[in-house]
Ligand binder design. Structure first.
Ligand SMILES: CC(C)(COP(=O)(O)OP(=O)(O)OC[C@H]1O[C@@H](n2cnc3c(N)ncnc32)[C@H](O)[C@@H]1OP(=O)(O)O)[C@@H](O)C(=O)NCCC(=O)NCCS
Length: 229
C-alpha cells in the first residue's frame, strides 16, 4: 500500500466525465463558503453552517496545512462545465494496518440530484481499491439522510447495520447507518460490469437487499420499499 502521508501530500487529480477531483485551494473560498453556509446542505452533517467567510477560510487553511504535512485532506469537486468548485469528497482515517478508510462527501445544493456525487464516489472507490490498494471503504450516514444513503447504495456500498444513538449531534442523539464496500465486492462488481463511471444508470450496482436493522424489513431503496424509514 502507498504510504498514507504520500496519499495526502500528493493527492492525485481524478477525472470523471463531468468532474475533476483535485486539491482544495484558497481560490475555492467563495464557492466553498456558498455551500458551507447553506443550512440545508449542512443539516445532516456534524459541522456547520458556516456563519462567516472567515470560518471557511480557516478550514481551507487547515486543509492546506494537512496536505503539506501528509495528515489528511479532501478532494475539491470541480464541475468541468463551469470550472466552479461544487463540493468535496474525503477519504478519511486511512489505516495502513487495517487497509481501510472512511468516506465523507458534500455538494452544493444547486447541483443535487444530477448523479454528480455518485459519479465522484465511484471514482474515489476505484482509486481506493486499485491505486491505494485498500481492502475496505466505510461510510457513516444519519439514517434520515436518504440522499447520502442512496449515493452510497448507487455506488455499490452495502448496508451493514445501524449504530443506535451513535453521536450526540446538533442537540440530539442520532442513529447512523453503516455502509461499506470491500475490495472483493468492488472486484465482483467490476467483473459483472457494474462499475458506473462514465456509464448510464442502467449500469449501476444493485441496491443492497440486506434487511433494515431496525424493522428487519426490506432495506432502503429496495424494490419493495416497506422499511420503517
Ligand atoms: C448527499 C449528496 C452529496 C448527494 O449528492 P447528489 O449529487 O445529489 O447525489 P446523486 O444525484 O448522485 O444521488 C442522489 C440520490 O438520492 C435520491 N434522493 C435525494 N433526496 C432524497 C430524499 N429526500 N429521499 C429519498 N431519496 C432522495 C435521489 O433521487 C438520487 O437517487 P436516484 O438517482 O436513485 O434517483 C447531497 O445531497 C448533499 O451534499 N447533501 C448534504 C451533505 C450530506 O448529506 N452528505 C452526506 C453525508 S453521509
Amino acid at each position: 500500500m502507498i504510504e498514507v502521508s504520500e496519499i495526502y501530500k500528493n493527492l492525485p487529480g481524478l477525472e470523471t466525465p463531468r468532474l475533476t477531483l483535485r486539491k482544495v485551494t484558497m481560490g475555492d473560498l467563495e464557492d466553498m463558503f456558498a455551500y458551507s453556509s447553506d443550512e440545508e446542505v449542512t443539516r445532516f452533517l456534524r459541522w456547520g453552517p458556516h456563519r462567516a467567510v472567515e470560518e471557511t477560510e480557516s478550514y481551507i487553511r487547515e486543509v492546506m496545512r494537512e496536505y503539506k504535512e501528509g495528515k489528511d485532506g479532501p478532494w475539491g469537486i470541480e464541475y468541468k462545465e463551469t470550472g466552479r468548485m461544487v463540493g468535496s469528497i474525503h477519504l478519511m482515517a486511512i489505516s495502513a494496518q487495517h487497509s481501510k478508510a472512511q468516506i465523507g462527501f458534500v455538494l452544493s445544493r444547486s447541483y443535487w440530484n444530477r448523479g454528480l456525487m455518485s459519479e465522484a464516489l465511484t471514482r474515489v472507490l476505484e482509486y481506493s481499491f486499485e491505486s491505494i490498494g485498500l481492502n475496505r471503504i466505510e461510510g457513516f450516514c444519519l439514517v434520515d439522510n436518504r440522499a447520502g444513503i442512496r449515493v452510497m447504495e448507487k455506488s455499490g456500498m452495502k448496508q451493514e447495520g445501524v449504530l443506535r444513538e451513535y453521536l450526540f449531534q446538533k442537540g440530539t442523539f442520532r442513529d447512523f447507518g453503516v455502509y461499506s464496500m470491500l475490495k472483493r465486492d468492488y472486484e465482483g462488481g467490476r467483473a459483472a460490469g457494474q462499475v458506473m463511471v462514465g456509464r448510464g444508470r442502467e449500469a449501476l450496482a444493485p441496491t443492497t437487499e440486506l434487511p433494515c436493522q431496525l424493522c428487519a424489513r426490506a432495506a432502503w431503496g429496495a424494490k419493495n420499499d416497506t422499511c420503517c424509514r
